[in-house]
Design a protein around this ligand. Structure first.
Ligand code: FES
Length: 142
């Protein structure tokens, strides 16, 4: 049987994580192709609904990657995002899906290596968790 290949949706801030992901590519650092990046102007624009919808529509895990604390270009968007990710984690735990399917990381635009490492770590964590049971088309447990 083929190994489970998770789908990860990463919401990446234009000013830091998206640039870091780009830098990772420029530096020829590899990270799993499982990670599909959605560029956002600031992680403060990522709503709880976006994360839940991504999981419902097929993601096995959602990653939010924002600027270092104190460095958000919109003052505290990353802190708002951190709270929302925390809320989503609790929500996922409460419905038995597992809060570990949502994760937030902070980085600078120059941290391409960190982006690649975080993407690989999160992908592996989700691989261990297995397929997301609430995604569209997921088979129900017998
Ligand atoms: Fe990057 Fe707000 S501008 S997280």
């Amino acid at each position: 049987m083929a190994e489970f290949e998770p789908i990860i949706v990463a919401f990446a801030c234009h000013y830091c994580a998206y640039t870091a992901a780009d830098m990772a590519g420029t530096q020829r650092l590899t990270y799993p192709a499982n990670v599909k990046i959605v560029k956002v102007p600031c992680t403060g624009k990522v709503d709880t609904l976006h994360l839940m919808r991504a999981l419902q529509k097929g993601a096995d895990g959602v990653l939010v990657a924002g600027c270092i604390k104190g460095d958000c270009h919109f003052k505290n968007g990353n802190l708002r995002a951190e709270k929302r990710v925390g809320y989503v984690k609790k929500l996922l735990d409460s419905i038995g899906v597992g809060g570990d399917r949502a994760h937030m990381v902070f980085m600078t635009a120059g941290q391409g290596k960190k982006f690649a490492e975080e993407a690989a770590l999160f992908t592996e964590k989700i691989r261990q968790l297995g397929p997301n049971p609430i995604k569209a088309g997921a088979k129900k447990a017998a």
